[in-house]
Design a protein around this ligand. Sequence first.
Ligand SMILES: [Zn+2]
Length: 266
Amino acid sequence: MPELPEMETYKTLLEQLILDKTITGVVINREKSINVPVDHFTRQVLDQKIEIMDRRAKHLIFHLQNGSCLLLHLMLGGWLFYGKKEDQPDRTVQVQLSFGVHNLYCIGLRLGYLHLLTPEMVKQKLQNIGPEPLNPSFSLDAFEAIMKNRRGSLKTALMNQEVIAGIGNRYSDEILWHAQLLPEKKINELDQDQISRLYHSIQFILQQAIEHGGYMGELFKGDNKTGGYKMYVHGLEGNPCSRCGTPIIKVEIASRKTYFCSNCQH
Ligand SMILES: [Zn+2]
């Protein structure tokens, strides 16, 4: 599932591609991917300019000139592609927005969606999401306060959207490897130094992932920004840990595939 770095990369690139452009066509191939009848959706979205784009946690929000918002969540397996008809990937497209000859294809939306909402509804929908870890207001003190009275494992806490926004299965493994902490370690067992390390690893890994464009495939033909991030542990079972050389282990935690180094994570 795309996480904060992937959605941030999409946002940055899409701002260059579709901001202030008018939506000239709407195709809905899967009605379940939207939240209102197709004709209503089309009426509200067609001929609208995209004035602002935001990201919150793993969501993208497209603000239209008529005040409506499109809230995109790709969930598991969803991805985007932008291009002309001849460049369209050979995959089923659930929702397509056109900008002249270019189209934004929403692909793999099984649980994912593009919902038409008012700004108030967007706010309400996102109200229980925790702080953005790369926001300047997310200080070490703020992180300590969040972790203070929590129970459970580090992996579970990092992936909990109500605790911190935008981190999922992949980057929680990457962050915990970087902080040299075991995914199943209990939050209440962390000392001050470990909390501080975890805080810095959250920022380091997410910033590095954004810098390298996350892990998704290209957003458009010739896109050399998206997908440059190389994982330290996630998906690398059996490969040597780049810190100590011990083969990386895969286990399931809360039915999520979890990767770590049993030697240098404690
Ligand atoms: Zn190691």
